[in-house]
Design a protein around this ligand. Structure first.
Ligand code: F0G
Length: 465
């Protein structure tokens, strides 16, 4: 089982460890019931392998930990800021780089300047908080992902791409003035961590330029995206990762970034503006000061800026990326052998298992992804998140449950945290659940839910009959 698959050995050794322990099956059954079958209510110490997210859950290096001590905690103009800024300018090639406390803060600072009431923002796919900040700015968010992303079993190299024809049709229908922003999410998280090609970014930028529309990159997983571009786009195979990053970002006007992913830190975010003479610089500084803090710390401690400055380079190291993506490929190869269906080919930060394929008898409104998540926790103490109808929620007008394109359970892999043996535990547990899957007659129902962003807080129970 998968053991024949190539596993790219870790390009590091371990200097510090954190004990994790496994509860008994009985205890896990009790804990998940006490958590109302919602993994957000579990205590982390009751989880053995935590694949809830790859965000802020990464292991920092010795170089990053030692950089923390260098933190300059001055309110304005701290030395740590200049290191952070220099790394950002060097990697992305932008004139203006400003820290914020995480990705959604970057969205809050920038989107309110780009969007106004009644306007639209179009993306290959918006991440939830990104969509929320479009809506908070009074605009509507529209996804235009390439159609092949919607079938988990179609293997295509760039399933994260924007459907450029769809974008052009929207511009023709709504009028360019009504579109305040186009946003490219790289990699495309909601479609399964799927990459976006350089060619696609170039085409989208061409359309934006033609119509005078602002182009933003949601850069949370920019390094993983660049690695896929190097692997899969023939024109880019001789470029370095950094050259590819420079090229990708050269096409956009701005970027918003959660540093909690590819910069391999626990907290942080960045706003980048390509043209330093843009009036967005002054306006985004004003927003940062109001919401986050002075422009040279943006809601972070000086030590956090130090860790990001180092992590940005570690995250774009090709050897690291080959190991990192190799972990996903190893898990995916194990699943292929056992016919566990997932968004294929595997993406950059996790394996998105198709729960609808595993539980075809469970309809979308009984949440197959939540059933799979619950069973994986009971089986081996593994925590993951549902990305499907449960997360999508209800239609705001009718209050009816919406049907998602996908019923995924996302196994997101934190960077440099788990070993091959942990991945093998995940595979064993998944197979054991898959064997039992046909015995499940019904799924789950929601017994209580808050009005918005329900998936974080809702209570669920198994439907007995
Ligand atoms: N954009 C993308 C593509 C993301 O995946 C995230 C966060 C954000 C923006 C917001 O960044 O959390 O730093 O405020 N994604 C996490 C996840 C939470 O689990 O996928 P943030």
């Amino acid at each position: 089982m998968g053991r024949e698959s190539k596993y790219v050995a870790e390009p590091f050794r371990i200097k510090m460890v954190e004990t994790i322990s496994v509860l008994s099956r009985e205890e896990r059954e009790r804990k998940i019931a006490e958590a109302h079958f919602n993994p957000f209510y579990l205590r982390a110490e009751d989880v053995y392998i935590d694949l809830m997210t790859d965000s802020g859950t990464n292991a920092m290096s010795a170089a990053q930990w030692s950089a923390l001590i260098q933190g300059d905690e001055a309110y304005a103009g701290a030395r740590s800021f200049f290191k952070f800024e220099a790394a950002g300018k060097d990697i992305f090639g932008y004139d203006f780089i400003m820290p914020v406390h995480q990705g959604r803060a970057a969205e809050k600072v920038l989107f309110s300047l780009l969007l106004s009431k009644g306007q639209y923002a179009v993306s290959n796919m918006f991440f939830d908080t990104t969509r929320a900040h479009v809506e908070l700015a009074g605009a509507r968010a529209i996804d235009c992902v390439t159609p092949e992303a919607k079938d988990p079993q179609i293997r295509a190299p760039f399933k994260g791409n924007m459907d450029v024809a769809c974008l052009e049709a929207l511009i023709a229908k709504l009028g360019a003035r009504q579109i305040g922003m186009v946003n490219m999410t790289i990699t495309n998280n909601s479609a399964g961590g799927q990459p976006v090609s350089l060619d696609n970014i170039r085409s989208v930028a061409g359309v934006c330029k033609k119509h005078g529309i602002h182009l933003n990159i949601d850069a949370a997983r920019f390094a993983e995206n660049a690695y896929f571009v190097k692997q899969r786009e023939p024109a880019c195979q001789d470029m370095t990762i950094k050259q590819i990053i420079r090229e990708m970002f050269s096409f956009a006007d701005t970027f918003t970034m959660s540093a909690k992913k590819d910069a391999i830190v626990n907290i942080g975010g960045i706003v980048g503006i390509n043209d330093g003479s843009s009036d967005l610089v002054i306006k985004s500084k004003a927003n940062c000061i109001s919401y986050e803090g002075f422009t040279t710390y943006g809601g972070l401690a000086g030590r956090d800026l130090e860790a990001i400055a180092v992590g940005l380079y570690e995250g774009i190291d090709e050897e690291f990326l080959s190991y990192r993506i190799g972990q996903m490929e190893y898990l995916a190869a194990c699943f292929d052998e056992e016919e566990v269906v997932y968004q294929a080919p595997v993406g950059g930060h996790g394996v998105f298992v198709d729960a609808a394929a595993m539980f075809p008898q469970i309809p979308y409104d009984e949440f197959p992804g939540m059933v799979l998540g619950t069973e994986l926790y009971k089986e081996a103490g593994i925590r993951a998140t549902e990305i499907g109808s449960y997360m999508l929620g209800n239609d705001p007008d009718t209050g009816k449950q919406l049907k998602s394109e996908f019923e995924f359970l996302r196994l997101a892999i934190p960077r440099r945290v788990y070993t091959r043996s942990h991945l093998d535990v995940v595979v064993e547990a998944m197979l054991s659940v898959k064997k039992r899957a046909p015995q499940f007659k019904r799924g789950m129902r929601i017994t209580w839910e808050p009005p918005i962003l329900r998936h974080f807080q809702a209570h669920l129970s198994a439907i007995e009959k």
